[in-house]
Design a protein around this ligand. Sequence first.
Ligand code: SF4
Length: 584
Amino acid sequence: MIDNDTLSKVLYIDLSKKKFTTRDRKDLFEKYLGGTGVATALLHEECPEGIDPFAEESPIIFAIGPLTGVFPLASKTCAMFKSPHTGDLGESHAGGRSAIAIRMAGYGAIVIKGKSELPIYLSISNGKVLFKNATTLWGMKDGSIAARVMRQNEKGEGLRAIFRIGQAGENMSTFANVTTETYRHFGRLGLGAIFGSKFLKGIVISGKQAIEVANKKEYRTLYDKIYNAATESSAMKKYHDVGTAINIKSLNSLKALPVRNLQASSTDEIEQVTGEEIAKNHLARRVACAHCPVACIHLAYLREPYDDDPYFYKTTPVCYDFELIYSLGTMVGITEPKAMLKLIDIVEQVGVDAMSMGVVLSWITEMFEKKMITKEDICGIDINWGKSNEYIELVKNIANPTTEFLKAAAKGVSYASSVYGGKEFAMQFGKNEMPGYHTGPSGYLGFLLGARHSHLDNAGYSLDQKELIKNDLSPKQVVDKLLEEEAIRQILSSIAVCFFARGIYNLNLVSDAIKLLGFDYTEDQLMELGKQIHLNKYRFKIREGFSFDKLEIPERIYETKDPTGKITKEYIKEGLDYATNLIC
Ligand code: SF4
């Protein structure tokens, strides 16, 4: 890498001693590029084996990549931790200004350990870390208010990133998230709960570092190539115009969209909540992560009258996308946009992963429907499919649980169903609640095999739609394709580019781009590195007790019609057996 690039600096923060230090870790960045590669290596170094994720020594790691601040769409920060939700690898990625703020502050990664005695937030800038009292921010009902206070207290407007948790994080719900810049999230696997366990309310980070490139002329040419592809390609235009919500209509007509806890895979009542209809009737504006010309983040305005003045309206911007319309819409039987936006808004306020919350709500509804729990278990709330006001109350009660049942629900459906039953319709894979794809066996094998048990690990849902709907692929062929895709995605996550730009950043272009930052890797070498990083993640998972044998698969996936008609126990088993031999 280029000699004086501050990317190789890692900031180590100890919350117990209120101390910090910086170390040069060129060794890690030269070996793993950055992002997920470096964060995984740091996790192996910093996370003691078998540790309780909420222990003082349990680390939070953030890492960015060499292209951050240099090329368009290199917008992501990788967060790595031991997940309190699954008990093994915790990884989530967020955009906003998070990555560029870390780069401009002069770091490539941050490691946070220890535990504060009182609520604090961190202010990181000018080579310093200040530990600021956040006692008055702790317990606020709406996490965005805490962010507003931090914004007013700290300098660096326009340059800084602000991370923060909500009440669910403070109460250590294992699917609590961390929000950055109001509309982006380290969403999955419970980073917010780890913040909460450390009394860490938030982080404000900013800086004004310069970044050098090896050859300015070549840089300009490559920059223009990427920028033009980002602004002119039809794929990126789709993300800008309607966003990922465009998939609602097509998945519903394919019979691949989970409805009412996957009791069905399509609904006749979809019309008002398709991406196109929401954009037409409710879209207020689009926003973008830093250094992204695409702007795929869609905000609807929710207009509600105040109770005491019917002519005076409160207007709230609410971010929506495909996964939110699925999880807090069709999965809980809500197909009226305003009701859905209100539910999304409260989920944002308490600070939880929306996909997990949607699956938890739908599992609870089915438990209640089947009389496996009582009204008292859910604080007297009379829930049923589509009843958004009742779901809003339930969300508040899960973020602040008072009954034993809701305390279990705040740990996700895998845990709650192990105590209360209902495993056969607890829609989790590797203990992570499912995303909105009932597309076929590749989708499910993808969730089960992915290092994070996320649809983004290997995009099995896409393989179902491109191949399995028309053709036959054996389970082994599917697994080979999933593992290849996951290896490529390790490279994209290590240079920390947005996955929406995966069609632009092929390995050939990645090789050219990182060369300008002093990294010399051929396409083949990148592919090998991707495989190695993936295995490093699995080494951590297995070290912490993960095993393919322990995976539980809800029966529901075999009962509900899917577009391929190929989801069978035999197919999934053959795929998993084959993968076990390859990975373990
Ligand atoms: S495409 Fe969307 S998520 Fe990706 S960097 Fe741009 S605004 Fe952020």
